[in-house]
Ligand binder design. Structure first.
Ligand SMILES: *Cc1c(COP(=O)(O)O)cnc(C)c1O
Length: 226
């Protein structure tokens, strides 16, 4: 059995019911991604539109595509054509652009709102205390379907230290669910990566995003064009 196939099966077999796995594919080759799909991966997570385009032309729409990177407004048009969900909505301006493009393309884009759960200045995402206001500002966008929240959490050596940020994001998730906003389905909570997904699931994640534990350590290619 191949290394990637083996990893995927081991992860899928270990998960409780109702948890969806996004395979984070940055820097991976098409053959690696196809091996993961062959073993049961149904959602591909891409950080870059250009990289996704290249893979999409080989892999197609038989799997779901989630955007998990930082989306630039000038890439929205291409992103809307490829992705089934944008997990990283982090500004009203971006929402406006997605809404505009989706209107033209006659689509409704499912999105997750990215939360900056550790309130890190250099990182993107909505601050926890600003979420309620932010989500209210999204009320008018007919071509966006708010589906839940996503967080990265801080990069910490000990994944156990991330638990509090996952827990706080889950609390926010429950809080906005309780608002019962007619335009927001609060259904998905995407958090946890290779080192932290067990903890994230324990804290309420139902989407986890895994790269290294599926594909192995990434070869560092500082100026790679993928
Ligand atoms: C790379 C990446 C992951 C997966 O990280 P691993 O530690 O390799 O599992 C998850 N989410 C996002 C947004 C990523 O960029």
């Amino acid at each position: 059995m191949g290394y990637i196939q083996d990893n995927v099966l081991r992860i899928l077999n270990s998960l409780p019911q109702g948890i969806e796995v996004v395979a984070a594919i940055k820097g991976r080759q098409v053959d690696e991604v196809l091996e993961a799909i062959g073993a049961g991966i149904k959602i591909i997570g891409a950080n870059y539109v250009q990289e996704a385009e290249r893979l999409y032309s080989r892999i197609g729409a038989g799997v779901s595509w989630h955007f998990i990177g930082k989306l630039q407004k000038n890439k929205v048009k291409k992103a809307v054509r490829i992705f089934d969900m944008i997990e990283t909505l982090d500004s009203v301006e971006l929402a406006q652009e997605i809404d505009k493009v989706c209107f033209k393309e006659n689509k409704k884009m499912p999105v997750l709102i990215e939360i900056n759960s550790a309130r890190e200045e250099q990182k993107s995402g909505i601050m926890p205390e600003s979420l309620e206001q932010f989500i209210k500002e999204l009320a008018g966008f007919q071509n966006i379907a708010i589906m839940g929240l996503m967080t990265m959490g801080p990069e910490l050596k000990n994944p156990e230290d991330m638990r509090q940020y996952f827990r706080e994001t889950k609390e926010l998730f429950e809080k906005i669910r309780f608002l019962n906003l007619p335009y927001a389905q609060v259904k998905y909570l995407s958090m946890g990566m290779s080192a932290s997904y067990e903890i994230a699931i324990h804290e309420g994640a139902n989407i986890i995003r895994i790269g290294t534990r599926i594909f192995g350590e990434r070869v560092k290619q500082p100026h790679s064009n993928f």
